[in-house]
Design a protein around this ligand. Sequence first.
Ligand code: DAU
Length: 339
Amino acid sequence: MRILVTGAAGFIGSAYVRHVLHEHAADRVLGLDLLTYAGNMANLAEVRDDPRFGFVQGDIADAGLVGQVATDVDAIVNFAAETHVDRSLLDPEAFAKANVIGVMTLLEAARTNGLRMLQVSTDEVYGHVPSGDAANEHYPLRPRSPYSAAKAGGELMCQAHGTSYETDVVITRGANTIGPRQYPEKLVPLFVTNALQDLSLPVYGDGRQVRNWMHVEDHAAAVDLVLRHGASGEAYNVGADNERENLDVVHAILERLDKPRSLIRHVADRPGHDRRYGLDTTRLREELGWAPHRDWLQTLNDTVDWYVANPDWWQSIREHDPRFQDYYERQYGQRLAGV
Ligand code: DAU
């Protein structure tokens, strides 16, 4: 199979590229990535010299470019997205462009060329899920942030393309994902790298929000399974059933790093903060036979240990990229000053 992987230089996209080239000797991958602040060619270092891999820098919302790169492939897997909820509260327009217009542009290319398209979406499209409940794939979509609303918009565009043009689309809705090479803005990589520098860990509100965690390699394997065996027009929840309160995650990070809990600072909450995500992953497990390879502690420890072992990777972002520093100041300056 020849696969166009968009967002190939990102966290989950690059893990997926490695997964495909490792697991499917006859496959070829063409990576497309705009290389925004979160895209990083260092994430593709392991595959850069593989003759089965090619790379193009560009935007999924650029119809001319997408039309060109989609002619020699059998499928599109779309990881390209704006992904960070806090940034979506600061700049919603960028999210609508990448996560709705970008998806629509890829769908047009899939339709024109008769390709299967897999849209990588998120469990955040379900919005807050009350305690004791678990969203299966028929649960109502009630996104509550500009990020999740844009992801839901992208999904609806996929479903409309399937209905209106019989475009072959499948969707995955992934839970919180951690592992090596995640940009240090999300809870786990931000807190690990802050703790390594003895900086405060800014916990939003009471820290009792619930998220459901999995390893990036398990997520990549699930996406691949859905691409190859998922039923056209269907969505599949992807999660490893590791529900944890944020504070428990933060305590586990500090324990692994042997750092004190006094680094924790409770700060002003994220506006509209979803209290809990709860996901029913029966379909993926029973219909496609997926199971995660790592339990919760292996997932967390593998992540923490990677940041400990790879300071160059995250220091080049945190210390040398003004885009990180600007964002950090905007997001945390007043919060940490107690304003
Ligand atoms: O559920 C899947 C989603 O998980 C993905 O679709 C998103 O792309 C990804 O960003 C993630 O969304 P979250 O908002 O759950 O992830 P984040 O790491 O930003 O936050 C996790 C929890 O930690 C959330 O309850 C907010 C809290 N948090 C986060 C940060 C960055 C803090 O308390 N302090 C922080 O500084």
